[in-house]
Design a protein around this ligand. Structure first.
Ligand code: RP5
Length: 293
């Protein structure tokens, strides 16, 4: 399914592939109810649909999580900015089910509740795509032997939770601007800023601020994240920060931190397998730059 989002590239993104079928991540055996492709959409009537109810025991009581829908005093403003918490979807205005829970705007996932996600409805993230050109040993652009196209390299991190390589993104904190979150997450995951001295942290922040000043938004919307459920799902805003000469990012002292186990420059191509639907975002960026895919 291709999505065309205003102000963003059209992404060749398949939706509900990674959040449908199989075991729910880190759940100790919670099996998603089977949802055939032609029954993903809520518009297809399916009275017998029986998703497995699951909210991970790690969620309740966390500062980043909502309470249960029935909790006293919890009166969320759906599809609206709710204090610091943005409950608006970039995908579509969402409906509520009979119990008053937001319904995943893309469709069924085989699991109800929140799974590993804290918010009912959209859980907003920010993702940086930091790119440079792959270069040959003599410093000239490397070109693919048959297509003659140059190739992008991308900063990726290995996630601690599943071991997959991913964009170094993360959740937007309540009240935080997305452009600030994308810089903060890059510093924490790809530069290990949380363990740097205050002086070093300031230097890293300045390096990132300079490169990220020229960022371009490449996607805003739903993410096919394996944690998604019928009532809680990931959305992101992704920005490309491209260093044409490679001189600015050459100064980045890549070091994994926070949720990242490892960090590296990855050569980008159609074989690049990444977490959730990150590959589709990378493909859009490669095409924009006329790079090999
Ligand atoms: C993905 O999960 C987003 O695209 C983002 O990269 C990530 C945010 O979740 P955490 O890395 O904070 O778990 O859906």
């Amino acid at each position: 399914m291709r999505r065309l989002l205003s102000g963003c590239s059209s992404l060749p993104m398949k939706l509900h592939v990674k959040c449908r079928g199989g075991l729910y991540p880190l759940s100790d055996g919670v099996q998603r109810a089977d949802v055939p492709e032609d029954r993903v959409a809520w518009s297809v009537a399916w009275p017998e649909y029986a998703p497995v109810a699951y909210t991970s025991p790690v969620v309740p009581g966390k500062p980043w999580a909502d309470p249960e829908l029935s909790a006293a005093g919890f009166q969320p403003r759906w599809n609206a900015l709710d204090g610091g918490v943005d409950r608006r979807s970039q995908q579509a205005e969402y409906a509520l089910d009979a119990a008053g829970a937001p319904l995943n705007p893309v469709g069924r996932t085989g699991v109800s509740g929140r799974g590993l996600l804290g918010r009912w409805g959209p859980n907003h993230a920010a993702d940086p795509l930091v790119t440079r050109w792959r270069r040959a040993e003599d410093g000239t652009l490397w070109r693919h032997p048959s297509s003659g196209r140059p190739q992008l390299q991308l900063v990726t991190v290995q996630r601690r939770d599943c071991g997959l390589w991913a964009l170094p993104g993360g959740m937007v904190d309540p009240g935080e601007r997305v452009t600030a979150a994308v810089q903060r997450e890059f510093q924490e995951e790809a530069l290990n800023a949380l363990e740097a001295s205050p002086e070093r942290r300031r230097q890293l922040a300045e390096l990132v601020r300079q490169l990220f000043a020229g960022g371009r938004r490449v996607y805003a919307g739903y993410v096919d994240d394996p944690r998604n459920t019928d009532n809680a799902w990931m959305e992101t805003e992704a920005y490309n920060f491209h260093d044409e000469t490679g001189t600015a990012v050459g100064a980045f002292p890549l070091q994994a931190g926070d949720d990242a186990r490892a960090v590296r420059w990855t050569d980008v191509s159609g074989e690049t397998e990444l977490y959730a639907s990150h590959s589709a975002m990378v493909q859009a960026v490669a095409e924009t730059h006329g790079a090999r895919w």
